[in-house]
Write a protein that binds this ligand. Structure first.
Ligand SMILES: [Fe+2]
Length: 412
């Protein structure tokens, strides 16, 4: 694979063709350390095999760009859309998500040949302004799947008692202990939320609209592993009064006593089992855990609008984000973007006057606006340049296999 392809695309470049090729190359570079078996397994319904991510992102370009926008294009294999359509009802029959791990064929090599075929055919569309917006969507879509690929393979390898590593461990460079938490203060008032302008954004980020904020403060850093250890030592997981009713039922039912991937003083990483740095941000927590911790310290979760109001002036390409095929690792915790996605208390709902796009791509976001919560920021597994202040990630409140963490808020 050419060297230039293993790096993430430079954020903010207008070179659509270059960003397309860099994005496609990064997906394959992320899979390079995996065996055929690693790439095929599926550890739970929420996760997909690495091989499936390579194929599904290719299906997206082949279906919505080549099939629909390039007259005369013939599908590489007309049996495969059924395997690699994720959830698009308009695209017809497909296998259920929970069965993706059953696809031992086609092989990784066959899927990579499909990827090369699609990339070659896409070359004729990369300079066409009529489809530039759809190609931007395809790039952003593949970047989302790169993060899922990383979190899904981590979860898959975690199932193995030997704790296999995707990459060799970095040197043990412990972070210094941090001082007192500072606060970004906001006076409240009428604020603007949501995306506006020419730059790419998903449909769920708009329209921009007004809303009223009460005075509040947002912490200048993420909650750390050390603070989480204190929460555990104080009986955080066994004190019903700290928990939402649904959260307490989840803790009881699942026998939860710590964040996902914790074992003693270690945690599971892409480099196998490693010592846990007390001063790194805590990650792999559910909404329920984030909320219980906030109650324990006498604070609360921010709303998505409070977070966005503070982040308006921040650089979304700063912080600890993914720059290439290397192990993601939460490290700093100060920047608004990077390290881990931050739970908000905002339900994932449509903004006023939201309308999904026409056609099958209209199924991208809108139909998931039920029962999930918004997360803001970006994580160490998010490709740098992918996120922005208006970006809305979303997950169900019990889910925690993503790099999810917590930045506290409080009323003023
Ligand atoms: Fe997808």
């Amino acid at each position: 694979m050419p060297e230039a392809y293993v790096q993430a695309p430079a954020p903010g470049t207008s070179d659509l063709a270059g960003r397309y090729r860099a994005t496609r190359g990064l997906s394959e570079a992320l899979c390079a350390p995996l065996s055929e078996a690693d790439a095929c397994i599926q550890s739970m319904d929420d996760a997909s095999p690495a091989k499936w991510h390579l194929a599904h992102t290719t299906w997206f370009f082949e279906t919505f760009l080549l099939r629909d926008r390039r007259p005369g294009y013939r599908l590489f294999d007309d049996r495969w859309p059924r395997l690699f359509n994720s959830y698009y009802e308009a695209e017809g029959e497909r296998i259920t998500r929970a069965r993706r791990g059953m696809l031992s064929r086609p092989s990784v090599a066959e899927i990579c040949r499909w990827r090369a075929h699609v990339d070659e055919a896409m070359a004729s569309l990369l300079g066409d302004p009529a489809v530039a917006g759809l190609i931007e969507l395809g790039i952003a879509h593949e970047q989302q799947h790169q993060e899922l690929l990383l979190t899904d393979i981590k979860h898959a390898l975690f199932q193995n008692p030997l704790g296999p590593a995707v990459w060799p461990a970095a040197t043990d460079d412990r972070l210094p202990e941090r001082g007192e938490t500072g606060w970004h203060q906001h006076p409240g008032g009428i604020a603007l939320a949501g995306h506006e302008g020419d730059g790419f954004a998903f449909d769920n980020e708009g329209p921009r609209h007004r809303l009223l904020l009460e005075p509040f403060a947002l912490a200048d850093r993420l909650v750390s592993n050390r603070e989480w250890d204190e929460f555990i030592a104080d009986g955080g997981y066994s004190t019903a009064s700290l928990w939402l009713s649904d959260g307490w039922a989840w803790v009881q039912r699942e026998a939860i006593t710590a964040p996902l991937y914790w074992r003693g003083d270690e945690h599971f990483t892409h480099c196998g089992w490693q010592p846990r740095d007390a001063n790194a941000p805590v990650t792999h927590i559910s909404y329920y855990e984030a909320d219980a911790f906030a109650v324990w310290v006498g604070a609360r979760l921010p709303t998505e609008f409070e977070w966005e109001a503070i982040a308006r002036g921040a650089d979304p390409t700063a912080g600890n984000q993914l720059d290439g095929a290397a192990p993601p690792r939460p490290r700093r915790g100060g920047e608004l973007f990077g390290d881990c996605w931050q739970w908000t208390r905002s339900a994932y709902l449509p903004y006023p006057r939201f309308a999904p796009a026409a056609g099958a791509v209209g199924e991208y976001n809108g139909k998931f606006m039920s029962g999930q919560f918004v997360l803001k920021g970006a994580s160490c597994a998010t490709v740098r340049g992918h996120s922005r202040a208006s970006y809305r990630n979303f997950f169900y409140p019990h889910q925690r296999w993503q790099f999810t963490g917590l930045r506290l808020a409080k009323d003023l």
